[in-house]
Design a protein around this ligand. Structure first.
Ligand code: HEM
Length: 448
């Protein structure tokens, strides 16, 4: 096993006392209106205003009507290819050698990796290697260390605890008043679950949300060096925190939590300390805002489509399919990115080695060739499971079963309490081209 630093006292520093990523970004753009990125190309869907204002659907629809793949020559993230069709995304993801995920080529988001000469003087490059951003064979070995935590047997073992925690959260909700569902339900349920899965210190679980938000916001990286320094500082501190946790756990008896499983897995021999840290961050942070935002998305969608809410109330046997449909409808991660590893032809277009290829899952999940009346939530949709919100191929989400379990239990426990949740106040969406979600969702609860 790789060497590790000795444990030190876990302490909060200036970074964990920073404002949330959203607040910092808002303040930055208020103070520097000229820093707002410009998006001259009409099909440049890397712009975040279309998501904040929820008007992205017609843009992708227009693109899909013209073809599955389009070149966007100019964007704040540089030129890129947009893959917008369901079939086309599956095609690209089925060729992981040709379309690389590797962080050395640029990784999995639309962001550019800094060239060595662009790394500020006096700054070292800070990157956490994670298996989501690796190609075979490295990816295979590292994925194997965590996959056993998400088998159907493991999910069964966890279900009672998830149910109990979900029930307690729902029972503790304010009665007869408007409250923010994100804050009272989506965040505590997801962070609580991840804290249990990883045996993460319970009293620090709010940090998971804080880190997740500072990691998943691509716009932060456009906001200039000051903001980038804060982000890097926060990420460094997150890595240091996980390093301490790792050091502490490696001195304890093997347990059933995921960190312990990783530490004692034979495949650990294949990981450097940075890779171990990167993978921990991937699991804890990656599983966080995705599930959280789907928990909010379900409530918003059921309120928007009252006929479907009635159906849910009358027919609880629809819940497993409702989970798939809500994930399709919400698509909490909008895109993954690949980099082309050699010149090739794709759907009649010439793609060059090094070109950036962005897979828009939000568009695939509204592709009318696959999903009839795709902009509508339909809990009885027969092919809801064909959504690509978890990706496809060798990188398909390893935590999908856990996410599905949490969402199913949430709907079942809401149904058992005959809860009807109405949107009753402010709705604020996340302003980002990567994560799709809600910052605020004010609701009130009645009963059916
Ligand atoms: C990968 C979505 C929940 C851990 C991914 C990918 C997507 C995704 C789109 C990339 C797939 C690809 O490149 O083809 C989601 C959604 C979730 C969710 C929509 C919830 C609704 C979770 C949870 C965990 C998790 C709960 C763990 C606790 C991971 C990991 C990978 C991954 C480790 C990398 C897999 C690989 O590269 O082999 N997820 N995820 N995710 N997800 Fe999730």
């Amino acid at each position: 096993m790789a060497t590790i630093a000795p444990p030190r006292e876990m302490e909060k520093t200036e970074w964990t006392r920073s404002p949330s990523a959203h607040e910092a970004l808002q303040k930055h753009f208020e103070e520097n209106p000229d820093a707002m990125p410009e998006h001259p190309h009409k099909w440049d869907t890397s712009r975040s205003d279309i998501y904040a204002e929820h008007r992205w659907q017609p843009i992708f629809k227009e693109m899909r009507a013209e073809g599955p793949l389009h070149y966007i020559p100019e964007s704040p993230f540089g030129p890129y290819w947009s893959v917008v069709g369901h079939k086309a995304i599956q095609h690209v993801e089925a060729l992981p050698e040709l379309f690389s995920s590797s962080w050395e080529h640029g990784g999995i988001t639309i962001l550019e990796r800094l060239d060595d000469e662009d790394v500020e003087e006096g700054q070292e490059r800070f990157e956490l290697p994670m298996f989501i951003a690796m190609d075979r064979p490295k990816h295979t070995g590292q994925r194997r260390t965590v996959a056993p935590a998400f088998t159907p047997t493991e999910m069964k073992r966890m279900e009672d605890e998830i149910r109990q925690r979900t029930g307690e959260t729902l029972d503790g909700l304010p009665k007869g008043e408007v409250f923010n569902w994100v804050e009272k339900v989506s965040i505590p349920l997801t962070t609580g679950m991840l804290a249990i899965l990883f045996d993460f210190p319970w009293e620090d679980r709010d940090l998971l949300t804080f880190w997740s938000d500072w990691s998943g916001d691509t716009e932060l990286m456009l906001a200039g060096q000051g903001m980038e320094d804060t982000r890097r500082g926060i990420q460094r501190e997150m890595a240091a925190y996980f390093q301490q946790l790792w050091a502490k756990k490696s001195q304890e008896e093997p347990g059933q939590d995921l960190i312990s499983m990783m530490i004692h897995s034979p495949a650990m021999n294949q990981m450097s300390p940075q890779e171990f840290m990167g993978n921990l961050v991937l699991l804890i942070v990656g599983g966080n805002d995705t599930t959280r935002n789907t928990m909010s998305g379900i409530i918003h969608a059921l309120d928007k489509f009252p006929d479907q809410r009635k159906l849910f109330e009358k027919q609880p046997d629809l819940i497993p399919n409702a989970v798939q449909e809500c994930i399709r409808y919400q698509t909490p991660l909008k895109h993954m990115r690949r980099t082309c590893s050699e010149d090739t032809e794709l759907f009649g277009q010439q793609i060059k080695k090094g070109d950036k290829v962005v897979l828009w899952y939000n568009s695939a999940n509204r592709d009318e060739d696959v999903f009839e009346n795709a902009d509508k939530l339909d809990l009885t949709r027969e092919n809801a499971r064909r959504h690509l919100a978890f990706g496809y191929g060798i990188h398909r989400c390893v935590g999908a079963r856990l996410a599905e379990l949490q969402l199913r239990v949430l709907l079942e426990e809401m149904h058992a309490r005959r809860m009807r949740v109405h949107v009753a106040g402010d709705v604020e969406r996340v302003r980002a081209n990567f994560v799709e979600g809600f910052r605020t969702l004010e609701v009130e609860v009645t009963h059916f």
